[in-house]
Ligand binder design. Structure first.
Ligand code: FAD
Length: 190
């Protein structure tokens, strides 16, 4: 892997194996994938920590008021200004996303004609992505018994344990899983 170097104004130079710019779903997941290698990794993040406050959880401030959106103005190819809806925080927009985790369909990787114009084909297809979708879906805060990796006494059995959104009639699966986790807990508590 190529080595990058980062110069400091005091003349000291730090060397990293990898420098990742941005800490959201993309950068954060890349860091998580590379971390066990023991390589020296630098994460660069332009945003500050998102304040912990009830507005983070409220659709009004988040979606309607755009309280956490950056004040940037970007310009399109035609010179027209637009607000890019970016969120500059540690964790990025991913810090407040709704966790509705859909895969693209196979057809979505091909060229699609939309009302507003064509969406070009990807150089990769669904089959190329499939193993990585599966891996991404299992990158979670819970182990297979639905226990939080970092807390020994916290189990999650509502539909938020689903690796993708549990929006359409998920109750029986939630109940079956709760029985599965319950039986595990009974064994553990025995
Ligand atoms: C309220 C809300 C709800 C959402 N709900 C869903 C959902 O349910 N399901 C879903 O799939 N998607 C959802 N999304 C969209 C999803 O969150 C984003 O598409 C996804 O998180 C983007 O990940 P990313 O890594 O591309 O960018 P981000 O998570 O935004 O990360 C980019 C990071 O790069 C940093 N950065 C940018 N420029 C620089 C620079 N020059 N130097 C250093 N750092 C820099 C930014 O500060 C930011 O931290 C939602 C978004 C919002 C705002």
């Amino acid at each position: 892997m190529r080595r990058f170097s980062c110069g400091h104004s005091d003349g000291v130079s730090e060397h990293y194996d990898v420098i990742i710019i941005g800490t959201g779903a993309g950068g954060g997941t890349l860091a998580h994938t590379l971390a066990p290698s023991g390589k020296k990794i630098l994460l660069l993040e332009r945003g500050d920590f998102l304040p912990r406050e009830t507005d983070n959880w409220e659709p009004g401030p988040v979606f309607v008021d755009g309280k956490y959106i950056s004040p940037d103005t970007w310009y399109g190819a035609n010179g027209k200004p637009f607000q890019p809806q970016v969120h500059y925080y540690v964790g990025g927009a991913t810090k407040m996303y709704g966790a509705a985790l859909y895969r693209l369909r196979p057809a979505d990787f091909g060229e699609i004609q939309h009302v507003d114009g064509p969406s070009p084909a990807w150089p990769l297809g669904y089959d190329d992505f499939e193993p990585w979708y599966t891996k991404a879906e299992w990158t979670s805060v819970l182990d297979l018994d639905c226990k939080a990796h970092e807390l020994d006494n916290l189990y999650v059995v509502d539909t938020s344990f689903f690796p993708s959104i549990g929006a359409v009639n998920p109750a029986l699966t939630a109940m079956a899983n709760a029985i599965r986790v319950g039986e595990h807990l009974l064994t553990r508590l025995h």
